[in-house]
Design a protein around this ligand. Structure first.
Ligand SMILES: CC(C)(COP(=O)(O)OP(=O)(O)OC[C@H]1O[C@@H](n2cnc3c(N)ncnc32)[C@H](O)[C@@H]1OP(=O)(O)O)[C@@H](O)C(=O)NCCC(=O)NCCS
Length: 200
């Protein structure tokens, strides 16, 4: 019996997001995105109460597009997706088209990175998007984020920017104002990439 309980405690399982997970998810958020600072100063994070309030306004459908990775009762990973008809966080961060499933957040605790949990969350995202008959799975990632390698291995491709250099410059300044320079002010890469995986 002890052996069975021990085995269950070491296995990472996925569970649909529920209100009861939110305090740990808020902690995970703070930990995973601590390097993102609004205007380079203020940590981009949400309090537990703020996150609970935000989720209280969401429909069951939005919860169905969220998942946590658990070892025992400990939340080690989190993924939240959204579609055109559902709210987006942060509001206006991306415009979803019809048939598009967008990964709004994906994060794994730094205690558990490199153990395949991020890959497990991505597989769940794709399965869920296919089950919802979506045509494409998308996400946005900071240029220079190591996670780009993981997304590429998973079949995501970088969408070439469609604007000119003035658009790119404006976008970079906006991203910088909201999220700072997560890899340091002297990092050569600016801005973000949209990445896409076609599901058809
Ligand atoms: C990106 C992330 C979700 C991956 O989760 P994971 O469980 O470590 O992923 P896996 O174990 O399945 O795969 C390992 C791959 O993840 C990526 N990765 C590992 N550590 C990372 C880190 N600190 N930051 C970003 N990506 C990382 C790398 O591509 C790694 O492969 P590599 O070692 O060959 O470079 C996780 O590292 C994380 O939460 N990072 C911080 C938050 C973040 O950047 N989220 C993505 C925003 S788009």
């Amino acid at each position: 019996m002890d052996g069975v309980e021990d085995a269950q405690d070491t296995v990472v399982r996925l569970e649909t997001l529920d209100q009861k997970h939110l305090p740990q998810v808020a902690d995970l958020f703070r930990e995973a995105f601590a390097n993102k600072r609004c205007c380079g100063v203020f940590a981009v994070a949400e309090s537990v109460a703020g996150m609970q309030k935000r989720y209280a306004s969401y429909s069951a459908e939005k919860f169905q597009l969220g998942v946590v990775a658990l070892r025992g009762d400990e939340v080690l990973g989190f993924c939240q997706m959204t579609t055109r008809k559902l709210p987006m966080y942060p509001s206006g961060a991306h415009h979803c088209e019809a048939g598009e499933m967008y990964i709004e957040t994906i994060a794994v605790s730094d205690r558990a990175r490199g153990q395949g949990i991020g890959g497990k969350l991505l597989r769940w995202s794709e399965e869920k998007a296919r089950a919802e008959h979506m045509k494409k799975l998308t996400l946005e990632v900071f240029q220079g984020n190591r996670a780009i390698g993981l997304y590429e291995r998973f079949g995501f491709k970088i969408v070439p920017p469609d604007g000119d250099c003035v658009d790119a410059c404006c976008e970079n300044v906006t991203v910088c104002c909201f999220f700072g320079r997560p890899y340091g002010w002297c990092h050569p890469k600016w801005g973000t990439h949209i990445m896409i995986k076609h599901l058809e």
